[in-house]
Design a protein around this ligand. Structure first.
Ligand SMILES: Cc1ncc(COP(=O)(O)O)c(C=O)c1O
Length: 393
């Protein structure tokens, strides 16, 4: 919520208690990591490139990785040179470099409501003013809504959007709107910061990123391999376009560059040709988990609540009822051994209805079923006891 005391730091530290079924943290299970492929890649790199791997290198990132990323992007419809890629510490590092490069205190930013908590936290730290566009699966804002937000005064300095499988809503901008949205922003002179961290989890239906419709003059692209290969690598990257020099300068002042061994390891993994098969596996497992949790929610959520299927990824977004239910239900759930995150933290201003993000990819299927069942029971009794209606405000 607007003045929420919750920090990303607290969320990341959140319970590792093995007795708690954790549906709260946005982290998938480590059971799905491509460990064998990563071990092979690491051994190969140590054999052949140990000297470079343990030395300082170019601040923008290892040439081998930037070239592998260029090829990875080409397969997703984005044509760039390796020199246009800025390797970062996770997607968070990319977001931080670009937000701090483009924005200053008092600027207005158009963002999604709900939006990824880490984006909001970085934007708040700069001291921006938020202008939110409501978004949800099946109710993705059309161009007219974005256009209104772009036209309103004061003129925004940036539009921030997680274009595919947004976190937490699961919303994906339709393919046919993408070139028009880029054009709209180009004409308005408002750059787009596109976070594409979940794009590969949508599979064949994955629309081309917004950046595929731009030459780098309007869209600043960020992503990482945290949700697809391994979060512990901490390898992300940005395509800062015309802001490349400023973003590289900012990043260099912060850290000179990120750790080199994960860069070599990620490059080797990308070159190994194992990525596509690994993504297929993830999409299949996550699809089954969403189906399991979604089935229970469809049967057991109280009247007036819904959870739309985002058709990819591993999170479900439950909404309905009055906002006060969020705290109450999260507290009662944890008493019963289930961690769920109340969705208020994903809004720049307080939401008008209760919402919860459920992570389906961390718990085992048995725990997931039990956890979602308990969540539905707790929600149902809270609604029955205190009324679930939305407030009129
Ligand atoms: C939309 C979005 N962007 C960025 C991040 C952070 O990514 P990374 O772990 O690569 O820093 C997350 C993590 O949950 C996210 O959901």
């Amino acid at each position: 919520m607007a003045n929420s005391p919750v920090r990303l730091l607290d969320l990341m530290r959140q319970t590792e208690d093995p007795h708690v079924i954790n549906l709260a943290a946005g982290i998938p299970s480590s059971d799905f990591l491509p460990l064998e492929a990563l071990k092979t890649a690491l051994e190969g790199e140590i054999q052949s490139r140990a000297r470079e791997m343990f030395s300082y290198h170019r601040p923008e990132g290892a040439a081998l990785l930037r070239e592998a990323i260029r090829d990875y992007l080409a397969a997703r419809g984005i044509g760039v040179n390796a020199e246009e890629v800025l390797v970062t510490t996770g997607c968070s590092g990319a977001l931080s470099s670009l937000i701090n490069t483009v924005l200053k205190k008092g600027d207005t930013v158009v963002c999604e409501a709900p939006a990824y908590y880490g984006q909001l936290e970085l934007l708040r730290a700069v001291g921006v003013k938020f202008r939110s566009v409501a978004t949800a699966v099946g109710q993705e804002p059309d161009l007219a809504k974005w256009a209104r937000a772009l036209r309103a005064k004061p003129k925004p300095k940036l539009l921030v959007v997680t274009s595919t499988l947004s976190n937490p809503s699961g919303a994906t901008i339709r393919e046919e709107w993408r070139p028009k949205m880029v054009e709209l922003c180009r004409k308005a002179g408002v750059p787009i910061l596109e976070d594409d961290i979940y794009g590969d989890l949508l599979g064949r239906a994955r629309p081309r990123p917004l950046r595929a419709y731009d030459d780098g003059g309007t869209v600043l692209y960020v992503t990482s391999f945290s949700k697809t290969v391994a979060p512990g690598l901490r390898i992300g990257f940005a395509l800062p376009g015309k802001w490349m020099e400023a973003a590289a300068d900012h990043q260099c002042r912060q850290s000179i560059h990120g750790a080199v061994p994960p860069e070599y390891l990620t490059a080797a993994f990308l070159r190994s040709g194992r990525m596509d098969g690994h993504l297929e596996m993830l999409r299949s497992v996550y699809g089954k988990r969403r189906e399991l949790a979604g089935g229970i929610l469809a049967r057991e959520l109280p009247e007036g609540f819904r959870a739309d299927d985002p058709a990819g990824g591993y999170m479900l977004w439950v909404r309905g009822g009055r906002p006060g239910l969020m705290d109450e239900v999260s507290k009662k759930c944890i008493e019963r051994g289930v961690a769920v995150v109340g969705g208020g933290i994903f809004f720049a201003a307080s939401p008008k209805e209760a919402c919860f993000r459920l992570n389906c990819a961390r718990a085992t299927p048995e725990d997931l079923a039990r956890g979602v069942g308990i969540f539905c029971e707790v929600l149902t009794s809270a609604v029955a006891r205190t009324g679930g209606r939305k407030s009129r405000t």
